[in-house]
Each structure stands twice: as C-alpha cells, then as structure tokens.
Design a protein around this ligand. Sequence first.
Ligand code: UT7
Length: 329
Amino acid sequence: MLKARILGTGYDVPEDVLSNADLEKMVQTSDDWIVSRTGISYRRIACNGTATSDLAYRASRSALEEAGIAPQELDLIIVATMTPDMPMPAAACLLQHLLGASKAAAFDINAACTGFIYALATAESFLLSSKKYNHILVVGAEVLSRVVDFTDRNTCVLFGDGAGAVVLGKGEGENGILATYLGADGTGSGLLTIPAGGSRSPASQETLAQRMHYMQMQGSEVFKFAVKSIPECAARVLEEADLSTEDVDYLVMHQANIRILQAAAKKLSIPWEKVLVNIGNYGNISAASIPLVLAEAVDHKKFKTGDILLLVGFGAGLTTGASLVRWGR
Ligand code: UT7
C-alpha cells in the first residue's frame, strides 16, 4: 500500500542558553522548583534579529541533506508555528525563498504545540491524494522567547526556541505513516492564549501596558487535559493500525513537562526506556518539540527499520493529535 515516509530529519537550536540559575535572577523561582515540577534545566534563546524562518532554514537544510533531496525537488513546504517571523507573509514562504525551493507551494499551520502532528497529517494527505506531490518539507519552528513574559514565573520557566524538520516522500511497502488522528476542543480555547495582537484586541498602548501580547496559561488545567488526551489519541491510531501499546518501540510526545510524559507513559503501560525525552535541555518548544526530539534520536542512531514510533501532540486550542509511523525509507 502507498504510504508517506520520512526520508530525512534535521534540527537547529540557537546557541544562547538560559539556565534555571539565570531565571532565579529574573523571577521568584528556584532550580529545585523548576526541575522537580517540569524536568527543565535549560532552554535555548534566539538572539535579537533571529526569527523562526532562520531556525527553520537550518533545520530544513539538514533534513534535505539527510534525505538526499534538493530544495528544487520540493513540491510543498508546511511550517507549523505559532510564532511566525511576522503575521504576513507565512514563515513557509520566507523559508521557501531562503531554500531556493522555487517549485514548492508554501503555507503555515497554527495548531500550537500540536502543530507538527497537524502538518504531518496534512502533508500525508497531499502525498497520498495527488501525483503532483512527491516531496514535502514539514517543519516545526518557534521563537517562543518573543511571546514569553519574563516577569511571569508561571510561564517564563517553561518555554524555549528551536526548530525541527522532516522531508516526506512516498512509496509502496510496509514502512511509513500507518495511522493519523487529529482532534480539537475549542471549549478549552481560553486556557492557553496570547490575548492581543490579533483582530479581537489589536496592538494598542493599552494592550502593551497590560502585557497582553505575551502567553497566558492556566497550567494545571492544560496539564490535566494533556494527561487525559495522550492515551486517548494513542488508542485511536493504534486501533486504526490494528496494533497495541506493546508493539510501540518509541513513544515520542510533545515535550511540555516531564511529569506529563511520565503520567502518560504510565497510563499507556509503555516502559520509560521507550520514551524519547529532551525537555531538560530545551524546555517546551511548542510545534518544534516533536520533530526536534525525533531528529536528535535519528542523530543518535536510535531507530532501526521496522520500529514503531508513536508520535503524540497536545496544546492550545485545545488541540490533540497522533501519528503512528513504521520507521524506514
Ligand atoms: O505546550 C502546551 C501545553 N502546556 C502544558 O502542557 C503545560 C502544562 N502545565 C504544566 O506543565 C504545569 O501545570 C506547570 C509547570 C505550568 C505548573 O506546575 P503545577 O504543578 O501545575 O503548579 P501550579 O500552577 O499548581 O502552582 C503551584 C505553586 C503555586 O503557588 P501557590 O499558589 O501554591 O502558593 C504557584 O504560584 O507553584 C507556584 N509556581 C512557582 N513557584 C516557583 C508557579 N510557577 C512557579 C515557579 N517557581 N516558576
């Protein structure tokens, strides 16, 4: 059967490191609280002048090189991000220009921290439904430090910047994307927001003074949603592919909080050794977190052909999604 396949992965993170000790000087917090409540020790922060498409570009170059695909061979570029360089044009168009991928169509997807899973599912649909699409670049990239309020200890300790990319192709056979699920529950849309800067509350002196251009989150509610939704999403894709949790070789979840990852793995009865974790070094990078942890694992030669990877995302919206992949080209 025809399947969409991951041909190459890549990632990029800024050089500057923000440690818990640095944050202790900025807000009333402690290394002990941050590590024990979130699992995060460091995050990377993009320097002034660096934007989402710059990180996306470097991650994409690595993914294209690994895939052995030239930018001119790309038919479509999808960037999952909630922090594009600017509201218009799409970061994907800026990336298309940087890459010189002149034949590729390009657009962004905003499904917050589930963005990469949404983009992957969209790319899969393009590949499987049309002969016009053979190679698609899917990127998750964020410069969240621009929308983080560094006076708010509830959020500023959590987020970082980075990008991850995959090149997708298609082919007959066993390997590739086996099943996909996407979900949304807009009743929870108020739990994680950037209230101003859009059409409801456009930028004004008042919105700036009220710090409404920064992320605001009801953390414990989002936490509960995540722990509940990860096993639900996982069950849907496993059922579709007629597999069980015992068949899963690696669980690749959005890196939001180590306690969420631990609780979800426990609920799924998937041993901790099978869970990919890099939150300690990068924090929560929203749409970039899944492709980044995936690309790092590829660099460490973790996967072998035939391994079953269960990718699960969750985030603002509230959105959820999962993708089940049999590894191999
Ligand atoms: O990626 C998108 C999805 N996002 C998520 O999945 C995030 C989900 N939520 C979380 O990860 C957790 O809810 C947080 C890490 C955000 C917060 O952890 P928590 O265990 O839920 O803490 P809490 O919000 O219930 O706060 C407990 C206490 C509060 O103090 P009081 O009211 O009990 O006196 C907070 O003010 O911890 C306090 N607190 C802090 N203390 C030191 C909150 N942030 C900090 C901090 N340092 N940075």
